[in-house]
Design a binder for this molecule. Structure first.
Ligand code: KG4
Ligand code: ZN
Length: 370
């Protein structure tokens, strides 16, 4: 085996007889650990070869992510997750050219696990380190596969912690032109689900029940927020009152007319229609602002990103709105919508090309400016 040739390396994962494979381009190992998913990915010249994600089920019984439990689970997962991503890509650590990691924003304990692991690897392998902004990575998930948007494009980024309209001028130049002033869209889904007695994270369950329901059955109010910003806290309150009144005429008033028993049976008998109506309201709030942003900027290449872009109602209405308004619409493949390291890898690739590297003193931060 000739290890002196830089362009060749061994691929142990192909079995006991080591196979020599040609290094085919700029290879990035990426690590994502901002919340409750531990993920690693390998990309070569911007093409994703592997994207392995370990989900943490430990939070389900608490109705939300418990930060301390999340960081402990990341510590247990990080080595096997990185190992699996490398193996699935057919790579070894010595075939990696750079290491990218999520530096911010997120839960600080979670970020630290991935961040310190990435820094240790960069130091041990003497490879460049690339610090990635998690929300920018969600936007650039749209550059992973064809068809890709042309610059400049707009991106509606909707996740559990953020709701933003981003104007993206290049892979490394973006600005937020609208954002939520209170809850994020994912929180609106999750909090609504909690009020309906559904387990965390409730967004995908609201989506599932909504598919069998009538979205026009219940009318939830649309907030009046100026400009391109969003607000979801009023919707949550109106759902709370609506349920406490168990569908009586005082739909959105704080006068509780139903007993707990009546409320529960109302939810049980109308779950699909309630979910469909809530989902429709969240989707119209989001898409009305996207339309406004397109009209104001004149930009017609428009993307979705973030965990909530997995929502079937949002995906369908976004594509329909795009057709009506002659937009080019883009939605990342399902596995690149929720938290994943492939989006960190593609962002790392573009930052590498732009020469944007971090040094080993870089620290993880829970909040971050763009
Ligand atoms: O981007 P993400 O995976 O993590 C954060 O960075 O927050 O987004 C997670 C959010 C959660 O609020 C989850 O309920 C929501 O995305 N979500 C959905 C769906 N799938 C995930 N919300 C509605 N419908 C879905 N199908
Ligand atoms: Zn995310």
């Amino acid at each position: 085996m000739n290890m002196s040739n830089e362009n060749l390396y061994t691929n142990e994962s192909c079995g006991s007889s080591a196979v020599l494979r040609r290094r085919d381009g700029l290879t990035i190992l990426a690590i994502e650990s901002s919340c409750d998913e531990t993920s690693a990915s390998v990309c070569v010249d911007g093409k994703i070869l592997s994207n392995f994600i370990a989900n943490q089920t430990v939070h389900e019984k608490y109705g939300g992510v418990v930060p301390e439990l999340a960081s402990r689970a990341h510590m247990q997962n990080i080595v096997p997750v990185v190992d699996t991503a490398l193996k699935n890509a057919g790579y070894e650590l010595n075939g990696i050219d750079a290491i990218a990691f999520t530096q911010a924003p997120g839960l600080i304990g979670s970020l630290l696990v991935g961040g310190e692991f990435a820094k240790s690897l960069a130091l041990a392998l003497d490879k460049p380190l690339i610090a990635v902004h998690h929300m920018q990575a969600h936007v650039l998930a749209n550059l992973i596969d064809d068809p890709r948007p042309n610059f400049p494009f707009l991106c509606l980024t909707v996740s559990g912690g953020h709701t933003q309209i981003v104007l993206c001028e290049s892979p490394t130049t973006m600005k937020v032109i609208g954002e939520t002033i209170d809850d994020a869209a994912g929180e609106a889904f999750d909090k609504s689900a909690k009020l309906l007695g559904l387990p965390y994270p409730g967004g995908p369950l609201v989506d599932k029940y909504a598919q069998q329901g009538n979205p026009d059955r219940f009318k939830f109010p649309e907030p009046k927020i100026a400009g391109l910003n969003f607000s979801f806290s009023g919707l949550k309150t109106s759902i709370l009152y609506f349920l406490q009144n168990a569908g009586t005429s005082n739909l959105f008033k704080e006068e509780f007319m139903a007993t707990e028993e009546e409320k529960l049976s109302f939810i049980e008998n109308n779950l699909a229609d309630i979910c469909a109506s809530i989902q429709q309201r969240i989707v119209t709030i989001l898409l009305n602002k996207v339309k406004k942003a397109s009209l104001e900027t004149g930009i017609t290449d428009i993307c979705l990103a973030g965990g909530v872009s997995a929502n079937s109602g949002l995906r369908k209405d976004f594509v329909e709105m795009g057709k009506k308004n002659h937009w080019n619409t883009f939605i990342p493949a399902f596995q690149y919508c929720t938290d994943n390291a492939a989006m960190i890898a593609i962002t790392g690739y573009h930052k590498y090309l732009a020469g944007q590297f971090a040094d080993l003193t870089v620290s993880s931060t829970a909040r971050a400016e763009w």
